[in-house]
Design a protein around this ligand. Structure first.
Ligand code: ARG
Length: 459
């Protein structure tokens, strides 16, 4: 069978080159977008008098038949027609005859393929956004449910200061909120119709791309036809957003893996999100979280891979750009699956508030309170810090926590210390006093939760 582009070729190319260059095996999944774009293009050609109304009707009918054949699994996909675009065009012509050969008037696969990718990533961005919203909802719900649970906050992975568990969890809400903003930016970047650029220079036919843009829901055209066919930034935006989401999910997953190990026992994964070992009967492994952590690798890899493909590419279209698809498809599938899984993990995991509290015994995470107490009594903070440090060293030696030291033991470090020091050496008080904006006091966390809920409702 001769190629659709075969005019200047004396013989069909070799089988191995055909296999190597074909993208059909993976760009098949663009069939809906390809047909949607072709229909809009055909209607515009008819409106502009470039093809007749009858030809347009034939083309639309034929494209619809292609669509139903594909969806019923009856479409004759053929690798020799390279990609999804040529497969559909070829089949269209088989179905409707010569009119099918007019569809490509004023268009090139270069603007066609990037239109398909615009349509595809636009709808996937919206789907990812929905899943992201569900995850954020699960985080807010758990934060509201457990308001009052106290846990050690960490720096350098060492106990630092007590915080509300809800405060800790809401930190992730805001990370995912920025991801939602990034997706919105990506949607804004996707909002440009590349059609009309044709191969690279524009076309001599009196096209009306603005009307196609309206039909397909784009508000802008590209200002430069060379840029229109060379641009893959909108895909990079998505890959970057997905990579950052993956990194956020991985950090949370790591904390859940660690937090559910015996040493911590802060959390227990629901059975639905854990698995056993094939040899050790007692094991309950947090596999889902491990894979959430692991899959962030490929999300980052896909971003890097497309950046490297594009770096150094001369304008305009080059076949290298066909390599955008597998990276984008993989990131779409991966990030969607990860978001759903993590939502399940978060909404079903069990907390162990007693264990969180016990873990703070003798960790000296109230030492800052003693320093602040001294500073309030007029001692310079640097000196107060030093005095509190010496009191900690003394308590370490004695094998007690700082609040277990007697008043006379404490007064040995500074005579400004009085009975009221014990009011400060208390986890609840330490938390309640942290009222700076975004701090961990209960009122502040309630405000965060209210703001988060309003954002989710406004969505
Ligand atoms: N399969 C190609 C891709 O995915 C479609 C565009 C091909 N254009 C061309 N002139 N070879 O990028």
């Amino acid at each position: 069978m001769s190629k659709l582009w075969g005019g200047r070729f004396s013989a069909d190319g070799g089988q191995r080159a055909e296999e190597f260059t074909s993208s059909l095996s993976f760009d098949k999944r663009l069939y809906r977008q390809d047909i949607q774009g072709s229909e809009a293009h055909a209607r515009m050609l008819a409106r502009q008098g470039i093809i007749s109304e009858e030809e347009c009707a034939l083309i639309i009918g034929g494209l619809r038949q292609c669509l139903s054949e594909i969806e019923r699994g009856e479409f004759p996909f053929r690798q020799e027609f390279e990609d999804i675009h040529l497969n559909i065009e070829q089949r269209l012509t088989e179905i409707i005859g010569p009119a099918g050969r007019k569809l490509h008037t004023g268009r090139s696969r270069n603007d066609q393929v990037t239109l398909d990718m615009h349509l595809y990533i636009r709808s996937e961005c919206q789907e990812v956004l929905l899943r992201l919203r569900s995850l954020q909802q699960a985080l807010v719900d758990r934060a509201a449910e457990h308001l009052g649970v106290i846990m050690p906050g960490f720096t350098h992975f060492q106990h630092a200061q007590p915080v509300l568990f809800s405060h800790y969890l809401m930190a992730y809400f805001w990370m995912f909120q920025r991801d939602a903003e990034r997706l919105a930016f990506c949607l804004n970047q996707v909002d440009r119709l590349p059609l009309g650029a044709a191969a690279l220079a524009g076309t001599t036919y009196p096209l009306d791309p603005s009307s196609v843009a309206r039909e397909l829901g784009f508000t802008r055209l590209y200002d430069n036809s060379i840029d229109a066919v060379s641009d893959r930034d909108y895909l990079l935006e998505f890959l970057f957003s997905a990579a950052v989401m993956g990194m956020h999910m991985s950090r949370l997953a790591e904390e859940l893996v660690v937090g559910s190990s015996r040493e911590f026992s802060f959390y227990e994964m629901d059975d639905a999100f854990a698995t056993g070992s094939s040899i050790m009967p007692q094991k309950k492994n947090p596999d889902v979280c491990e894979l959430l952590r692991g899959k962030s690798g490929r999300l980052i890899g896909n971003l890097v891979s497309l950046l490297v493909v594009l770096k150094g590419l001369p304008l305009a279209y080059n076949s290298d750009m066909q390599e955008d698809k597998e990276a984008v498809f993989d990131s779409v599938d991966t990030v969607k699956a990860c978001l759903s899984m993590l939502t399940g993990v978060i909404s079903t995991m069990k907390l162990n508030p007693e264990r969180m509290r016990e873990s703070m015994y003798r960790d000296f995470c109230l030492a800052t309170e003693l320093a602040d107490y001294l500073a309030q009594k007029g001692i310079a903070f640097r000196d107060a810090h030093h005095i509190a440090g010496r009191a900690v060293a003394f308590a370490v030696n004695k094998g007690v926590d700082i609040w277990e030291l007697t008043l006379s033991e404490l007064r040995a470090f500074s005579d400004v210390i009085d009975e009221d020091v014990y009011d400060c050496l208390n986890y609840e008080v330490a938390i309640q006093r942290r009222t700076t904006p975004g701090g961990t006091s209960r009122e502040n966390v309630e405000q965060q939760i209210a703001k988060a809920r309003a954002l989710l409702e406004a969505k």
